[in-house]
Design a protein around this ligand. Structure first.
Ligand code: GDP
Ligand code: IMO
Ligand code: MG
Length: 441
């Protein structure tokens, strides 16, 4: 069996898209299992920049089956728009498969997302406005429309007859009167169904068959561990299970089918939207990281809040996801700094805590405990690719010390080091693994 999961260890935007695309060079199948068009996974190949929201990050490599699993919430307008864009750059959609059990993000979910955020006022989550929370709420409340419903007009009409008046009332209560008519919704959904029908199937059967046949299957996380509905900074989280556990329910496979789990960790921390962020820097250094790291949301364009690397949250991610390796990204962005700080614990009420607290009040009182590590020189253009060509040992010794420190503090080996946006700015340490083939993980 040869399967591998790629999971975000922070608040999203760690570089999952780049790492998934890189690892997909050896994969037969890439599977998304949660989230929706709130995700923004950027992949840069030469002059081309792709910001993928719903399409799995294997879509830019030929011959790969790309699966949107049942745990994803699918905005059909956004999906078709994205398919058209990526297709226009010469990439085939033939290998795209969409779960017949995935829930559909309806236009009223987007309206509700905006209205609920306005209702929360200054206490808003800062959602992406993509209808994610309302869609997952309806799924759990058993009011969801699923992809299979688009292919059965009678069933779709019957479902909407029951759901529509409820949604109309909810929106009216929140002061929104822009609800499309029921017939408009039905016609739109049926048209999507016709166009997408050839891509729709039981993806649990598809993925399990591939695993049984020994195909190389990757599971691509969206968002990150700290945005997980159960284990993140609730309520400032997204509405799905972003962690490894979400793969089983979001794909329809058993836990024993997940072999290796790579956590993607940015060499510093960022967050978009509201909520606690203990190592946040609101000074010049934070600004520098934002500018130099190009830290602007791939989905909403909002500036990302930036701060030092926080190992409390990375250790949280190691435990929750059972990580077997780390992919560390954006080390180039830290280049040129004299000293680099890393948070190893939080001081709360005079005691040092090593685990991430549940209470937001306690978190508010948390003072990061830092160690200072020596920095390294600025990475000039082309440096990332040249280090990647000469290998790990050629890296500046302070970069290696930084990585050693992360690995020792988390107890997880570093498997991939990313020094730039491009595929060839990546150092692959998987071949150092004893007794393992180098071709996948
Ligand atoms: P994702 O949501 O986890 O896929 O991450 P995003 O794509 O939202 O944000 C990561 C950004 O960092 C993207 O613009 C990537 O092109 C970029 N990126 C990824 N790895 C590296 C790296 O090692 N160095 C630099 N400079 N940029 C990187
Ligand atoms: P990727 O996959 C960073 C954040 C939003 C908001 C919160 C809830 O690119 O890492 P939602 O729209 O999901 O209800 O918003 O979650 N958020 C992300 N932040 N990267 C993402 O995805 C995110 N997806 C959602 O900013 O704070
Ligand atoms: Mg992103």
């Amino acid at each position: 069996m040869s399967t591998l999961a790629v999971i975000g260890t922070q608040w999203g935007d760690e570089g999952k898209g780049k790492i998934t695309d890189y690892l997909a060079q050896d994969a037969d199948m890439v599977v998304r299992y949660q989230g929706g068009a709130n995700a923004g996974h950027t992949i840069e190949i030469g002059e081309e920049v792709f910001a993928l929201h719903l399409l799995p990050s294997g879509i830019l490599r030929p011959g790969i089956i790309n699966v949107i699993g049942n745990g994803v919430v699918v905005d059909l307008d956004a999906l078709e728009e994205e398919m058209a864009k990526v297709k226009a750059s010469g990439h085939s959609m033939d290998g795209l498969r969409i779960s017949d059990r995935a829930n559909v993000v309806m236009r009223y979910h987007r309206l509700l997302d905006g209205a609920e955020e306005r209702h929360r006022g200054t206490k808003g989550v800062g959602t992406t406005g993509r209808g994610i929370g309302p869609c997952y709420s309806d799924k759990v409340a058993r009011h969801g429309i699923r992809v299979c419903d688009l292919l059965e007009e009678d069933a779709l009409r019957e479902k909407l007859d029951a759901i529509f008046p409820l949604k109309e009332r909810q929106l009216a209560l929140l002061g929104v009167d822009a609800m499309p008519s029921k017939e408009e919704l039905v016609q739109g959904l049926l048209a999507h169904g016709k166009r997408l029908e050839t891509h729709v199937c039981d993806t649990s059967v598809l993925v399990n068959d591939a695993v049984k046949k020994g195909k190389k299957v990757m599971f691509e996380g969206a968002q990150g561990t700290m945005l997980d509905i159960d284990h993140g900074t609730y309520p400032f989280v997204t509405s799905s299970s972003c962690i490894t556990g979400g793969i089983c329910t979001g794909v329809g496979i058993g836990p024993s089918s997940i072999n290796e789990i790579v956590g993607v960790m940015k060499a510093y921390t960022t967050r978009v939207g509201s909520g606690p962020f203990p190592t946040e820097l609101t000074d010049e250094t934070g600004n520098m990281l934002m500018t130099k790291g190009g830290e602007f949301g791939a989905t909403t364009g909002r500036p990302r809040r930036c701060g030092w690397l926080d190992l409390v949250i990375v250790r949280h991610a190691v435990r929750l996801n059972g990580l077997s390796g780390l992919a560390v990204t954006k080390l180039d962005v830290l280049g040129g700094m004299d000293k680099i700080k890393v948070c190893t614990g939080y001081e709360i009420d005079g005691r040092v805590e090593e685990n991430f607290p549940a209470s937001l009040n306690r978190l508010q009182r948390a003072k990061p405990v830092y160690v200072e590590l020596p920095g390294w020189d600025e990475f000039t253009a082309g440096t990332g690719a040249s280090y990647a060509a000469t290998g790990y040992d050629s890296l500046p010794s302070n970069v290696k010390s930084y990585l050693d420190f992360v690995s020792r503090s988390t107890g997880v080996p570093i498997r991939i080091v990313s020094l730039g946006k491009e595929r060839n700015e990546t150092i692959d340490l998987r071949c150092r693994r004893k007794g393992k083939s180098h071709s996948f993980y």
